[in-house]
Ligand binder design. Structure first.
Ligand SMILES: NC(=O)c1ccc[n+]([C@@H]2O[C@H](COP(=O)([O-])OP(=O)(O)OC[C@H]3O[C@@H](n4cnc5c(N)ncnc54)[C@H](O)[C@@H]3O)[C@@H](O)[C@H]2O)c1
Length: 304
């Protein structure tokens, strides 16, 4: 199969590319390297330093003729989306539409869009399923949802088949920190490098954490879906940031030094996903336990 992965130099995208190549697919990557890293690029994948917002991608789509497209390229920083909503709209909504439109015109079999359960459902007092009301509380979440609607539009306009995976908070090797990255990425990097971390709020905020190889597994399973569907992909466990700090401390066998700061704007307080539909239809279940996933992530950060 010939497969395009947008954002294939990034954290989740590069892990997905490696597995697709292991399974002997022909893989093409689009990435503008705004957050992705050259060192993540698999040498067996064909790489285009391309911007998803650019009209130049029309020609590449026509030439390459992809069977499947995984769309992961995105502006992922919630803080940037609050500070520069127009930019976030350009990349996450309009850039996504540019990809989906090309998928439709060029008769891609299925596009798998990586969306966000963590941000779309907002605060959840119980695990959110796919029917839970969408309550985005940041421009990032609004534009990811707009992209889902553009996908539906492309189904109407071009009969484009699609699968949306609404991910919980993903963690694992290659989640880089510098600017914004997931809390686990930041904390494991800091502890491995003996740097202090920042705890935003009092640590009672909760998230649903899913390991990157489990997400890759869900992506692969999504290619078998023949009708447009939306799935949540999470662990179903509400874990507080304080619990994360304690588990990281244990796994690293080190002191965890941090300072506390006020919570950032646009942050959800409690979030957990119900992924029963993915279990039922995709036969997907998360396999990696938090302790093991954190250990793998710390080991990777120590080697960097
Ligand atoms: N990491 C998480 O916890 C999480 C949770 C839910 C959803 N997601 C979604 O998963 C996807 C991948 O996220 P990630 O954590 O791997 O982030 P990432 O930043 O590592 O990957 C995104 C990639 O997209 C590229 N990119 C950004 N703008 C681009 C543009 N205009 N044109 C081409 N490439 C561009 C970046 O260079 C980067 O390599 C994103 O769509 C994100 O919204 C991530």
């Amino acid at each position: 199969m010939k497969i395009l992965v947008t954002g294939g130099a990034g954290f989740i995208g590069s892990n997905l590319v490696d597995e697709l190549i292991n399974q002997e697919n022909e893989v093409v990557v689009f990435d503008n390297l705004s957050n992705g890293k050259k060192e993540n690029l698999n040498s067996k994948a064909k790489f285009y330093n391309a911007d998803i917002c650019s009209p130049a991608i029309d020609k590449i789509f026509k030439q390459e003729k992809f069977d499947y497209v995984f769309h992961l390229a995105a502006q992922i920083d919630v803080g940037v989306s609050v500070a520069k909503p127009e930019f976030d709209n350009k990349v996450n909504a309009m850039g996504s539409y540019n990809i989906f439109k090309n998928c439709g015109i060029n008769k891609v079999k299925t596009v798998i869009f990586i969306s966000t359960g963590g941000a779309l459902y907002g605060d959840c007092l119980k695990p959110a399923n796919e029917q839970t009301l969408i309550r985005p509380i940041s421009p990032y979440a609004i534009h990811k949802y707009a992209a889902e609607r553009y996908l539906e539009l492309c189904y109407d306009l071009y009969n484009l088949n699609y699968v949306v995976l609404r991910l919980a908070n993903v963690y694992g090797p290659r989640q880089y920190c510098g600017g914004e990255c997931g809390v686990i990425g930041a904390y494991t990097y800091n502890i491995a490098n003996n740097k202090p971390s920042v705890l935003y709020g009092d640590g009672s905020k909760t998230r649903d954490f899913v390991y990157v190889s489990d997400v890759v597994d869900a992506c692969l399973k999504a290619t078998s879906v023949k009708q447009r569907e939306v799935f949540n992909i999470g662990n179903g466990k509400e874990i507080s940031i304080k619990q994360i700090i304690n588990t990281i401390k244990k796994a690293a066998g080190k002191q965890f030094i941090y300072k506390q700061e006020k919570d950032k704007l646009g942050e959800v307080q409690r979030n957990v996903l119900n992924s029963d539909k993915a279990k039922r239809i995709l036969n997907w279940e998360p396999k990696v336990k938090l302790e093991q996933g954190l250990k793998n992530t710390i080991d990777w950060a120590m080697k960097k």
